[in-house]
Structures are given as C-alpha cells and as structure tokens.
Design a protein around this ligand. Structure first.
Ligand SMILES: [Zn+2]
Length: 428
C-alpha cells in the first residue's frame, strides 16, 4: 500500500511543536539587528540548527565588495563590514525523468532596532517571552516566526525521510531590512528555484505583490546668522516647509487610481520623512537641513519614474521660492532601493498556497498586495522565481513595540509550507 506521506509529514509537524516553539523563543533572544555582530551569530546558529535537522548546509561569507560593485546591488543603509548567507538543502533525487521542481523558502533573520524600550510592556524587547498563545519580542512576526515556520516544515519533511524528486531549500538571509543584501547574495551565489515562498507576516493571507520603497535624502541650504539677528539669515528649517507641502501634494497625486490589491491600506504608496537633522546651535539660524525619507513605488512602476516624479515636485517647490530658486534643494537616492514586485500572472503558485491554506484551516485565504518593499521583487525580478508572501503574524506589529506572533499561525504556516513542498518537490 502506498505510504500516505502527507499525513506522516503533518503528524511530524504536530510532534515537533514543543521543540519548535522553544527554538523560536531562542531565536528571538538573539538581537540580530541589521548590520550587527548578533546578526552573524544568529546566522551561524541557524546553520548549525539546519545541519542538525538533517539538511546539507551552505554557510558562506558574502563577498561584499563584489556585491556592492554589481549594477543590480539593491543598496544598504546599516554600516556593514561582514555578511553571511545560509542555505539548507533537503535534496531530492533530482535526476532522470523524475527530476522534480525546487521550492525555495526564504526568510530574513535580521530585525530592526526596538526603539525606546520604555514603549514596550515587557522591559526587555528581546525577551522571547512565551504565553499560551504567542511569543513576544522584536522580530517575532517580522519575521522570525515565518523563518522558524519554514524550518519547522523542512525539518518535519527531513524527519519522515520522505523521498522527494526535487530539492527543498531553506534560505536564512541577513540585510533584508535595509535593502535585500542577503537575498541578492543568495541569487548571486547561484541558488535558484522554480517557486518561492517568503513567509513575511501576512496573518496567513496570500500576498502575491509588493509595492516598492526608495530611500532618499534632501539637503536644504540656508544662511547662518546670530538668532538675535535672524532676519539677516535664512533658516534651512523654514525652507523645509514648502518642500513638505510639495511632498504631501505629490503623495496625494501618486495615490490616485492605485491598484485595487492595495485597497485595504489607507495609503497605497506612502511618502514619508523619517529623519530630519538641522542646525548645530540653538542661537544660530541653521544653514543646513538634511532630511531622509522613503518614497513608495507603485506596482509595476519603474523606480526611475518614481524618482523623477519626486525630483520634479521638489524642483517645482524650489522654483516658487526666491531663496530656493538660487539654492535648489539637492535630492540624493541612497540606501535601500526596493522596486515593486509581482507574482507573474501565469504562475499558479498563489492558487496552490491558497488551496493548502484552505485545507489546513478550513477557511479561504484573503489576497492583497503589501505596501512595503520586500525581497519578493528581487526573487521575481532578478531571480525570475515566481514568489509569494504567506506567513504568520500581523504586519501592523512589525517594527512596532510589543511585537508578537501567534503560535497557532506559526504552526499553520509550517503545515501549509510542508504540504506545498510535497506538492512541488515530490514525493516520488
Ligand atoms: Zn520582514
């Protein structure tokens, strides 16, 4: 009688729950902020864990100089002198007529800083505190819950010894939060697949597309003077005001007729300033202001077109101001440059994931597009790999205080990914 591998694998997922919940809490306790030593420590621990799970592991140092000089390099923001890639491979037989397809599960291990710890209910943002229903801490939903769910699925497949035709690959990447260095390095290393799931927090919805985000810097010049004679100077802070108004108008204009996949968000393509620095003395009229922000890129929009739109809006604001006409605001594009990305319409990956979700949960999966930039655009664009997001946790908790992920959603993700792997890669 044929072996029912689906039941065996799902039983194994259930059996591994205690170990995987503990592993998730441990993973959160390593404060793997983008560009820090802890990021590399977490990668090394992941490499060891995947080897112990029974996978063939590729753990390599990213050739940073080579990657940075690549014309397609996606940019970084955090200072970085080192980076590491990890891929665990559960090999399929891969040869002959049953040479199966390859599934890639790609999750980032880096997290953003916790912000002011006083805004967290628990004094330690990296507590990895477990309750009956969730695990808490920075990175819980973005996206250690998803990364762990992927490991859980592959580990269960490995434990059952199911004979696969194609490879299942689990990639743990660094440097996603500031541009996508890790996934870029993974693709340049030569890793590829037929389909990919990135288990970013979608609350178990299906996300087949993501808008983009481009990081920019504005430099506004004024003229210094003693504050007691301020009218002799020109305040760079005051000159930000008309520029802000122009950016707000641009945001409104760029959101007219946004793709309906983004209807659930108040603003599909936000334009926002995150950093403003000006002046060096309270009693001096400031002669320089630097502002850094992010510009949303529409689905299917060329990032160069989005850049040109922002530059034109800033130039128009300058033209209307006598000082700025003589001292135009400089616009610089730096750091993370996330194009938008979309699952190709001819791929059935979305339907496949949705079908397994329905089977596991008994409910249909909602479908929407993310307003955030993600590795999806590198995988679909540069890698040519049809990719969707599907994973545990609420994206509203990502980058926010009291980040947490529901354990039930982590387990559902593990089950759905395991079933998808069986469908895509085997069994023979
Ligand atoms: Zn993320």
């Amino acid at each position: 009688m044929a072996i029912d591998w689906r039941s065996r694998v799902l039983d194994e997922v259930g059996a591994q729950r205690p170990a995987m919940v503990t592993a998730l809490a441990d993973l959160i306790r390593t404060p793997s902020q983008t560009g820090t030593a802890a990021e590399h420590e977490a990668q090394a621990a992941m490499a060891s864990a995947l080897a112990a799970d029974g996978l063939e592991v590729d753990h390599w140092e990213l050739p940073l100089a080579e990657l940075r000089s690549d014309p397609d390099f996606p940019g970084t923001e955090a200072p970085r002198t080192e980076g590491w890639g990890v891929v665990g491979r559960l090999p399929g037989s891969g040869s002959g007529s049953d040479g199966g397809r390859t599934l890639l599960l790609d999750g980032h291990i880096d997290v953003v800083p916790p912000g002011d710890p006083a805004t967290w209910t628990h004094p330690d943002p990296y507590s990895g505190e477990l309750t009956a229903t969730e695990v808490r801490g920075r990175g819980a939903c973005d996206m250690k819950g998803g990364l762990l769910a992927a490991r859980w699925a592959v580990r269960a497949l490995a434990a059952t010894g199911v004979p696969l035709a194609g490879d299942v690959l689990l990639a743990s990447v660094e440097g996603e939060e500031d541009g996508g260095l890790g996934t870029f390095g993974l693709l340049r290393r030569g890793w590829t697949a037929d389909v990919c799931v990135v288990p970013e927090p979608t609350a178990l919805d299906l996300v087949p597309a993501c808008a983009g985000a481009l990081t920019f810097r504005l430099r506004i010049r004024g003229r210094a003077a003693h504050a007691s004679r301020r009218t002799e100077g020109v305040s760079a802070i005051e000159k930000l005001v008309p520029v802000l108004a122009a950016l707000a108008a641009l945001e409104t204009e760029r959101n007219v007729g946004a793709d309906p996949l983004l209807d659930r968000w108040g603003i599909a393509y936000p334009l926002s300033l995150g950093v403003v620095r000006a002046g060096d003395w309270a009693s001096t009229v400031p002669d320089l202001l630097e502002a850094e922000g992010r510009l949303g890129v529409a689905l299917d929009e060329d990032p160069a077109v989005a850049q040109a739109a922002l530059e034109a809006a800033v130039a128009e604001a300058c033209a209307a101001d006598p000082w700025l006409r003589q001292h135009p605001v400089e616009v610089e594009w730096w750091g993370g440059q996330f194009a938008s990305g979309r699952l190709p319409s001819e791929s059935d990956l979305g339907e496949r994931v949705a079908a397994h979700h329905h089977e596991v949960t008994g409910a249909p999966a909602a479908t929407w597009a993310g307003p955030f930039g993600s590795d999806l655009r590198l995988l679909t664009g540069l890698g040519g790999i049809p990719t969707v997001h599907y994973g545990p946790g609420d994206v509203d908790l990502a980058h926010a205080p009291d980040e947490a992920v529901p354990l039930a959603e982590v387990e559902v993700t593990a089950r759905v990914l395991a079933l998808l792997a069986l469908e895509v890669c085997g069994p023979r």
